[in-house]
Design a protein around this ligand. Structure first.
Ligand code: FES
Ligand code: FE
Length: 439
């Protein structure tokens, strides 16, 4: 189906929560309402393909990670036949949360309460005093609840509760071209090398929508970091982060995905100047990483899309220059657990993997230099929409318009300038369609 601009008539929808995509007007209530949150858990997190992990987290048979789908805990396991299973983390006897650790390796999952034992594929294998059960008990009917759809793209494990869901490739659609710039840069593939979790007192959508479409904030919010630590790099704020024509944004309004990037040639100098990456990593990208990526994916997706933020609907956010992947795990309308993974090309030298972890700890972690700015903005957004009057206002997502892509840009999707809210309106187009009960 041909894509169109959601700000024009054909993509505007009346919907139950009253988002007007033609103008770009949005109610504050969607960030505070318990009713909206419950609806989201069912209609968005219960229907969409959700990232639950990466194959590199469970390389061996018996390996598992405990992940989340919406507000449900799930186990992601590699069974002895090498298949990957995603299982509700709940003992079928009396409901105990079966695994209460983050990751590990086990031949089977044994419940700590009465000892029911499940295979790593979720089948119920046995329990103490099995002969005392009555005839109506059929072991084959009491395995762990399995998430019906599991698919893997470039090592990323996605799962979907909707057994009638479209294939993952159709869900990701044109975003696969962009995802490859993160996860298909090397024939060795990619690897997750670290994970940090923290809780934000803010709705899950603030972080997701920012990664879809908001580089606009950087030139204001993030100069506090450079002002403090690198004042010599902050002399001209607008030049430092680039004017709008130095970047592009894409939107996939049918799917809700979006992202944006700078095309400025001095981006690497920016990393050097304010130490968002350690010098050994910057050297590696200049000398090896960009040429290697260009050979595989072409020039555009190597060194012209480096400061690159993106969101795969609903809650999977990426930052390429920083090498992080985020999941904004919803807890309540006003609380979100941030899961921040560090990813690298799998063949990156070991000492550079360590440098990536150091850079993440310094810059984008619970205590990271730039994270403070973003976390403060997000929680301030939440504080701002909290209140009897404050939760009844309308907010503004009117910035930017779709434009013809530059001649030398071959990427798919709707294109606009980097300082734009087209991808944000695309995010809410998908959100509104799902909340209205449409696909
Ligand atoms: Fe798990 Fe009883 S609750 S074995
Ligand atoms: Fe930011």
């Amino acid at each position: 189906m041909a894509l169109d601009d959601p700000t024009k008539g054909s993509w505007n929808k009346s919907n139950k929560y009253g988002i007007d995509l033609r103008t770009g007007i949005q109610p504050s209530e969607i960030y505070t309402s318990a009713e909206v949150f419950d609806d989201e858990m069912e209609k968005i997190f219960g229907k969409c393909w959700l990232l639950v992990g990466h194959e590199s987290q469970i390389p061996q048979k018996g390996d598992f990670v405990v992940s989340k789908m919406g507000n449900d805990s799930v186990i992601v396991s590699r069974h002895r036949d090498d298949t990957v299973h995603v299982l509700l983390n709940q003992c079928r006897h009396r409901g105990v949360k079966l695994l209460r650790t983050d990751y590990g390796s086990k031949p089977a999952f044994i419940c700590s309460y009465h000892g029911w034992c499940y295979g790593t594929d979720g089948k119920l294998l046995g329990m103490p005093h099995v002969s005392h059960h009555r005839d109506c008990f059929k072991k084959s009917e009491w395995g762990l609840v399995a998430v019906p759809k599991v698919e893997i793209y470039r090592g990323l494990i996605f799962a979907n509760w909707d057994e009638n869901a479209e294939p993952l490739a159709d869900y990701l659609a044109e975003s696969m071209w962009y995802l490859d710039a993160f996860f298909d840069r090397s024939p060795a593939g990619s690897e997750f090398i670290g994970l940090q979790k923290w809780v934000l007192k803010a709705n899950w959508k603030w972080g997701a929508e920012q990664h879809a479409s908001d580089f606009y904030h950087a030139q204001v919010s993030h100069v506090s970091y450079t002002d403090v630590f690198f004042p010599e790099a902050s002399t001209n704020r607008l030049i430092q982060f680039g004017p709008p024509e130095y970047g592009l944004q894409y939107s996939s309004p049918e799917r809700g995905h979006g992202g944006g990037w700078l095309t400025i040639p001095h981006e690497i100098l920016l990393h050097r100047g304010i130490k968002t990456m350690t010098d050994d990593v910057v050297d590696y990208w200049e000398e090896t990483g960009f040429p290697k990526t260009a050979e595989r994916l072409g020039d555009t997706r190597s060194n012209k899309m480096t400061v690159f933020h993106m969101n795969i609907f609903p809650h999977m956010s990426l930052n390429r220059g920083q090498g992080y992947l985020r999941l904004w795990q919803p807890i309540s309308p006003t609380e979100t657990e941030v899961w921040s993974f560090v990813f690298v090309d799998a063949d990156l030298p070991e000492e550079l993997k360590a440098s990536y972890l150091t850079a993440k700890a310094n810059i984008f972690s619970a205590a990271g230099g730039l994270e403070q700015d973003d976390a403060e903005n997000t929680t301030a957004c939440q504080m701002g929409v909290t209140g009897t009057k404050a939760s009844k206002t309308k907010l503004n997502i009117m910035m930017g318009d779709v434009k013809e892509p530059p001649e030398d840009f071959e990427g798919p999707g709707l294109i606009s300038d980097e300082y734009s809210e087209v991808a944000l309106r695309g995010f809410y187009h998908r959100w509104a369609s799902l909340m209205d009960g449409e696909g």
